[in-house]
Design a protein around this ligand. Structure first.
Ligand SMILES: Nc1ncnc2c1ncn2[C@@H]1O[C@H](COP(=O)(O)OP(=O)(O)OP(=O)(O)O)[C@@H](O)[C@H]1O
Ligand SMILES: Nc1ncnc2c1ncn2[C@@H]1O[C@H](COP(=O)(O)OP(=O)(O)OP(=O)(O)O)[C@@H](O)[C@H]1O
Ligand SMILES: [Mg+2]
Ligand SMILES: [Mg+2]
Lengths: 165, 155, 155, 165
């Protein structure tokens, strides 16, 4: 199982629809400071169900929607779609390709979908946790987050292992 | 629950000793339970002794050493209980060249069983990528993806 | 006390706008008082808008952008109220090449009136050093200082 | 005014007596991870009167004394001496060269000296603060400390400016 592609539209600095196709193995994302690399990381965490505005570096969840620039008006929604190659059946669902989508509207509404069918956040989280990606997102090591692992309390470290198990 | 955690801890602790020894050749690292008699609530302590050194207090370790110990713990968890993919955002910031090389060796091992999405500024890391994406902002605050290079294209 | 702080704040705020503009060409930065009517207890807020961007919330800035804003504030203080020397330990970790170059330009300005002791892993930073010390640990946990190269020796 | 030299003996990983002579202008200190660069920064902060064990990365103040290694026994004291060129009279003391020393003994005692004459910690701090180096050490930007400047409260940032003024 691997992430085949990621589509972003209106998510943070990705005002225009952007499509990234990924490979198994190692994919590196590079670019200057402030160009949007960590925003890709935020998009992955967000579409997998991350609910903490702080983990996404915002003050409120609405901060993930493109806020506009000098030359472009703010957008009314953010949408991210993740396509997963499920040929090995790691996701307990009878498809070889699985898409997970999340949309957030500036007026506050949120939508989730698995393979185009509307669902709840909980359905997305449960589907992923069965394949080894838990709610705590131990699979995402954010920028500057490495030292947190060491500064964590013994109980918090236990949580890391419990989630992976 | 106790048993699931107990086994996961044992496997992780075993991996940790191995990974630590590869990041700190000649050094010694160990994971211990704060309360081995209570598997339901026990926490986990990290012991790290870089080669040639006696000091074990984590706070006295250098910036680069702390990064490596944290990486050792995470990679131990990744190896004990694999997930299909991992995302790492500039974890090499504090590492010198030698340690960066050791980290990259670990990435290449994880690649055998998992997909890695790695944000980096380091050339050495880019060199082991199977695919490379460049992001850019052309002064207008909007991200564009400028290039995708696959390894077989380059070679 | 109020007057001393008031003047120091004004001078620092003035320097901040200048330094910010040099680290973020085309961008805009400002220091403001949380309570201008009460100079005894007011705090200080930092506003930062990188070029082409509208977003002003500091937490949404990138890792490198945050480093630069912090550097701008510190250097503004250093220029408004100089001290004889400054010590900086690996402040460039999050910066890309272009921004590292801008930081180094600031270091060279500070050098005119202050001594700078800079810990670094970056070649570009070493290249502007007047003196260079190498530290090393020969596997025995004890630091030795291995070299001192002065600029006039090398050139 | 500038730091002419720094001598370390028994301070953290500097078991053997080490002498660094510094220049006006920019001095760069380089070396591998864990080799002792930040320990030099700690030594400078410490000899200038830093009293927080945490700012020196230790659990207690005694942690600055060489703790021994596989091949060498722990030492009983740490000593750092800083020699300042005072030709411009920035330090309000009638010497063109000023040495500041600090010694700490494992049994807990501490000694300070200015130009070889025993004094109190307060004397060192007052001498330095008159020349622009305050007690909060805003002149020392420690490893990983840059982001703290931004995460600080507005009141803490005020403190930075007050100290420099
Ligand atoms: N909702 C939003 N609308 C528009 N722009 C946004 C939004 N949220 C964040 N940004 C912008 O995205 C930029 C940050 O991008 P990101 O953190 O991905 O950079 P990066 O490539 O990781 O840089 P670095 O190398 O410094 O870590 C910031 O400049 C911020 O202003
Ligand atoms: N009291 C002590 N006795 C002996 N060794 C010590 C003592 N305190 C710290 N050390 C050792 O000093 C080393 C840390 O050195 P330091 O932080 O200066 O490294 P550094 O050169 O800054 O590395 P980096 O590039 O990773 O930041 C640690 O390995 C630690 O074990
Ligand atoms: Mg980033
Ligand atoms: Mg260091």
């Amino acid at each position: 199982m691997y992430v085949k592609s990621l589509s972003l539209k209106g998510f943070k600095s990705f005002a225009s629809a952007t499509h990234l196709s990924l490979e198994p193995g190692i994919t590196c994302i590079v670019g200057p400071n402030g160009s949007g690399k960590s925003n890709v990381v935020d998009a992955l965490a967000w579409v997998m169900g991350e609910q903490g505005a702080k983990s996404l570096r915002g003050g409120k969840m609405e901060d993930v929607i493109f806020a506009g620039t000098a030359g472009r008006a703010p957008l009314g929604r953010a949408e991210v779609t993740m396509t997963i190659d499920n040929t090995d059946g790691a996701l307990p669902i009878d498809y070889t390709e699985v898409t997970i989508s999340r949309t957030m509207f500036r007026n506050g509404g949120s939508e989730y979908a698995i393979n185009g069918t509307s669902c709840r956040l909980l359905d997305v989280q449960e589907l992923l946790s069965d394949s080894g990606i838990g709610r705590e997102m131990h699979v995402v090591v954010g920028q500057g987050q490495l030292d947190t692992v060491l500064r964590a309390t013994p109980e918090e470290r236990r949580g890391l292992i419990e989630e992976a198990a | 629950v106790e048993q699931v955690f107990g086994e996961a801890f044992r496997d992780t602790a075993e991996q940790f000793e191995g990974v630590f020894g590869r990041l700190f050749p000649g050094g010694e690292g160990r994971l211990t339970l704060t309360d081995p008699s209570d598997l339901l609530t026990t926490g986990i302590e990290v012991e790290a002794r870089p080669p040639g050194k006696k000091v074990k207090r984590l706070s006295l370790l250098s910036g680069g050493e702390r990064s490596l110990v944290a990486v050792a713990l995470l990679v131990a968890i990744f190896k004990a209980r694999p997930s299909p993919f991992y995302i790492m955002d500039e974890v090499e910031a504090a590492l010198d060249d030698t340690n960066l090389g050791r980290l990259i060796t670990l990435f290449e091992e994880l690649r055998d069983s998992s997909q890695l999405i790695v944000i980096t500024h380091q050339k050495k890391t880019m060199e082991v990528a199977d695919a490379l994406y460049g992001v850019s902002m052309r002064g207008d605050g909007i991200t564009t993806v400028v290039s995708q290079r696959l390894r077989d294209v380059a070679s």
